[in-house]
Design a protein around this ligand. Structure first.
Ligand SMILES: [Fe+2]
Length: 288
């Protein structure tokens, strides 16, 4: 059943890899609602709701950006996130493919923001013992743009990117431009004055089911496409095990529902921001 959560409905969501959309209709689900996407006779992408009786419902808004087909079930109040790095011609564009997870999309965002799990979940890749401490960083809700940012993040990583096989402290910035989109900017190991940009686009299907695709804009002229993909996919499959095993399955927004530590300040800002917005889909408050 389609959610009644107006905030969730009035947002854009990536629902497919644009290059994989053909004239053959594909049914998928967004916010509890069945939808269908395909190329129309004119070759333009077309997304429609599928009504309860199987008939095709209203045509939904579409945009193609960052290699993905985006749609909305409502009236978007904000455009899809602007990623400046996507416009730089020397960047490698790496869409990493969709991973389906039995988890709330909001949990997936929160896991993406979390550095404390690196040594334990991505052992010897994004973290390693004894380097388990998360150095102090800053988190804020940026009111002018209505986004959550975490800045001055550093963490010791044994292998910080596909190009690197030595450990070092990486410098990271996190950005949450909308409830189901999260980004990471990482100082590029081969070009320290530039930032690699990684966006994670989440398609919330049901409250406790989602798909997500990492899309990377990298300054890396060395690694093969396959090496870049493998690096990201290994990490993402490790994360899937974690988010699918978190309880409660849905994200609690009430303060003190889970005991935070200093390392969780980005997650605290994210939950506060979701609560202020009135997001219910994928939270323990429920939105069916
Ligand atoms: Fe992770």
């Amino acid at each position: 059943m389609k959610t009644t959560d107006r905030v969730a409905l009035n947002d854009w969501y990536a629902i497919a890899t644009a290059s994989e959309v053909t004239a053959q209709p594909v049914t998928t689900r967004l916010l509890g609602q069945d939808i269908e996407y395909r190329l129309s006779e004119s070759g333009a992408p077309l997304v429609r709701e599928i009504l309860d009786d199987g008939a095709r419902g209203p045509v939904l808004p579409v945009q193609v950006r960052y290699g993905c087909l985006f749609t909305s079930l409502g009236t978007p109040v904000k455009d899809i996130v602007h990623i400046e790095e996507a416009e730089e011609e020397d960047r490698r564009f790496v869409p990493c493919g969709w991973v389906t997870m039995r988890a709330s999309g909001l949990r997936v965002v929160e896991n993406f923001l979390d550095m404390a799990h690196f040594p334990f979940v991505h052992t010897d890749i994004l973290g390693s013992e004894p380097h388990t401490e998360v150095p102090t960083y800053q988190s804020e809700i940026r009111r002018d743009v209505d986004e959550v940012w975490a800045t001055n993040c550093t963490f010791f990583q044994p292998r910080i990117a596909a190009t690197e096989d030595k450990g070092d402290f990486v410098h990271l910035t996190y950005r949450v431009p909308s409830p189901f989109v999260v980004m990471l900017y990482r100082v590029c190991p081969t070009s320290p004055n530039r930032l690699d940009a990684i966006a994670l686009f989440i398609q919330p299907m049901e409250e406790g089911l989602c798909r997500a695709q990492p899309v990377m804009y990298l300054v890396d002229s060395v690694s093969s496409h396959k090496a870049l993909l493998n690096f990201e996919q290994v990490i993402f499959l490790q994360d899937r095990i974690i988010v699918e095993n978190q309880r409660p399955l849905l994200l609690p927004l009430e303060p003190r529902a889970e005991i935070p530590t200093r390392a969780d300040s980005s997650s605290i800002a994210y939950r506060r921001w979701l609560k202020e917005k009135g997001v219910r889909f994928g939270t323990t408050a429920g939105a069916a």
